[in-house]
Design a protein around this ligand. Structure first.
Ligand code: FAD
Length: 460
């Protein structure tokens, strides 16, 4: 039986695991990270970062196409897709190289291989990597999630997941995306603007079904303007995969596409981790069961990120990693308020939100007040060329609490943070309404939406 050679072993080097490892090292723990694939995890290598790098090219192309509006003539614009992918790869390697540098700087051992929990070691938790037995006082499970197929279509050949979509070597002529949540919406909007014909299918009644209704409505309008064929309330009926195309049937029509992308969700990646043998509890959906400090049912073992419930987001994983190792180090920690985590969707139009939608706030019995302001109400919207964006604040009248913020339009993913911060600091919409915002900025629309909620909208 191995002696605990490490204070902390982190399994998985994604945004949950690598941040946990760095924080553990900062707290004086001798730390190792075990990764079976690539440092940076799925987020940096296959998911968030590659997606945003390609979307950045699509965004720039959209701006160039609108350049005449700004008095600029740009001729001969073409999409060099291999070059788009080349930039994506450079972005990924810059960021994953940065994580490796941070590991070195913090004296964190990086061990390559697939790890599993093993027999308890004296005074610690046992971990096995290949033929090697390791032990640590604290083990953080951070192995993330894998794509979930749908009954009508299993992965393989031209039926692909979202990670594969962003890595396609050539721009597909025609693509169908099943699932109009954040990932599906990003793929549809990115590829449509780069030049693919895109069919977007969503079984629920609107795109981005977990966002506020007003946001979904404006996003769908934007998608149609980009030429995306949007079908909501439309479950996929039949899929026939061929060598060079996929034939799919929905709502009594059949179409052939180069690729079918399944973007209907993910499941925790617990395979081979030895959870059952180690006595780590999982729930009926396969998520590892944790308490507010991310402790599992086994002493010394924590689980974070996509492995546990809550929104599957990189920044959620990172924050959980920090809480887990701070708890292990004996620091006081606080459970995360999951609804208040910012949600960012990088399709065009951009979406940023947190907290309750208007419908959820009403369902929960709040005396709801709503402040809604289009970007066009403030100078920045007109100057920067987005008058159709919208800021919507959902508050309650009793204490002036900010229950939710919903922004659609340019820079929404950045703008939402102001409202998240104000709520975290226990401010309400009246405080936002009275804060001085720079002029002319889009953030003035956030201030005006707060004023609208507070009953004294100036510009509108
Ligand atoms: C296409 C796409 C786009 C996304 N975009 C965003 C976005 O813009 N913003 C955002 O916040 N979130 C985004 N997400 C979600 C985000 O990727 C995840 O929430 C995040 O990666 C979770 O981090 P994690 O550390 O839990 O796991 P991961 O990033 O999945 O990392 C887990 C790591 O563990 C390793 N591993 C697994 N099992 C073992 C084992 N037994 N031994 C050793 N290593 C192991 C894996 O190889 C992997 O490297 C996106 C997801 C997808 C699919």
């Amino acid at each position: 039986m191995a002696e605990p050679a490490y204070d902390a072993i982190v399994i998985g080097a994604g945004p949950g695991g690598y941040v946990a490892a760095i924080r553990a090292a900062q707290l004086g723990m001798r730390t190792a990270v075990i990764e079976r694939d690539k440092v940076g995890g799925r987020c940096l290598n296959y998911a968030c970062i590659p997606a945003k790098a390609v979307l950045r090219s699509a965004d720039l192309l959209s701006e160039i196409r609108e350049s005449a509006e700004y008095g600029l003539t740009v001729a001969g614009v073409e999409v060099d897709y291999p070059a788009v992918q080349g930039r994506r790869d450079r972005v990924v390697s810059t960021l994953t190289g940065g994580v490796r540098t941070l590991f070195t700087k913090n004296k964190i051992d990086v061990i390559e291989g697939a790890a599993s929990l093993s027999a308890p070691a004296d005074g610690g938790v046992g971990v096995r990597v290949g033929d090697t037995d390791l032990a640590a006082t604290t083990v953080v499970l951070a192995t993330g999630s894998v794509a979930r197929a749908i009954p009508a279509a299993q992965f393989g050949g031209r039926i692909i997941g979202t990670e594969q979509a962003w890595a396609l070597p050539t721009l597909p002529a025609k693509l169908a995306v099943v699932g109009a949540g954040a990932s599906g919406a990003e793929i549809a909007s990115g590829f449509a603007r780069l030049g693919s014909e895109v069919v977007l299918l969503e079984a629920l009644d609107r795109v981005l079904p977990s966002e506020d209704h007003d946001i979904s409505r404006l996003v769908e309008r934007g998608f149609r303007a980009q030429g995306i064929s949007v079908h909501t309330g439309t479950p996929i009926e039949q899929v026939v995969a061929g060598d060079n195309s996929v034939s799919l049937t929905y709502a009594d029509s059949t179409t052939d596409v180069d690729y079918l992308v399944i973007a209907t969700g993910r499941v925790p990646d617990t395979e081979g981790l030895g959870l059952a043998e180690a006595g780590v509890s999982v729930d009926e959906a396969g998520f590892v069961v944790v308490d507010g400090a991310l402790r599992t049912s086994v002493a010394g073992v924590y689980a974070i990120g996509d492995l546990v419930r809550g929104p599957a987001l990189a920044h959620k994983a990172s924050d959980e990693g920090i809480i887990a190792v701070e708890d292990a180090a004996g620091r006081a920690t606080h459970p995360i308020a999951y609804p208040d985590i910012p949600r960012a969707t990088f399709c065009t139009p951009n979406v940023g939100s947190f907290g309750l939608t208007e419908a959820q706030a009403r369902e929960q019995g709040y005396d709801v007040v709503v402040g809604k302001v289009p970007y066009g109400a403030v100078g920045g919207g007109t100057v920067y060329g987005d008058r159709t964006g919208l800021v919507k604040i959902v508050g309650e009248t009793g204490y002036g609490e900010l229950l939710g913020g919903h922004i659609v339009g340019s820079r929404a993913t950045e703008l939402i943070q102001e409202l998240v911060n104000v709520r975290a600091l226990e401010g309400g919409y009246a405080e936002v309404a009275h804060m001085i915002h720079g002029h002319p900025t889009l953030s003035e629309a956030v201030m005006e939406a707060a004023r609208a909620a507070d009953g004294w909208l100036i510009h509108g």
